[in-house]
Design a protein around this ligand. Sequence first.
Ligand code: 13P
Length: 245
Amino acid sequence: MTARCLIAGNWKMNGTLAEALSFADGLTALSNDGSSGVEVALMPPYTLLHSLRSVLADKGVQLGAQNVYTECNGAYTGSISTAMLKDAGCKYVILGHSERRNTIGEGNALIRRKLDAVWAEGLVPILCIGELLEERESNHTNDVLKAQLSILTAADADKPLVVAYEPVWAIGTGKTATPEQVVETHAFVHEVLVDLGADRQVLYGGSVNGSNAQQLLHSAGVDGALVGGASLQAASFMQIIEAAK
Ligand code: 13P
């Protein structure tokens, strides 16, 4: 793990207002002066962004969103723009999550347009990449990751970006990549990013919890975690944050 570490909670399509406020109550104040070297962020559903904004800020937790549309405003029923996310207090936007790639059919071209929209608003994208089980089993992991990262160019090198490696077979399954797979794959992702112009913070995601966080977060090339299920409860999320310190 490098000095930069981000622990980000992706609530996916979970959370009522009551649950969100109770979660925030359960978070102990986190030092936001950077002395612990750990930054914490939460990506709740859009409906909770405004309600969580100040309560999370008081605890030193950054706000983020799980997705965004490409356009600034207009007749795009059901969509949310980067300007709206900024207005709601977001710093981060998750892009290309496997649940959007594989369930909703988002591809590289659309994700690239979203990257540009996020950068244009001064927000920080968290670009998710990851292989399916059959891709890993047929030794295509590196090809898949390289193709997903190919939307980046050298001209993006000075733009802020976090990458999250989330093997799809490890998401919500209770299976995590082995320590060897994590180290090997993160090394490859860092190498591709360097070739594309700039190394980046690379998070690991996929069944991270209070028990496995210590080992995962202190593996070479792992600069934080993108946490799904275990970020829904303050106690388990705090365990992961503690493990990162
Ligand atoms: P889980 O931690 O529930 O496996 O989800 C990981 C994830 O998809 C975070 O974006």
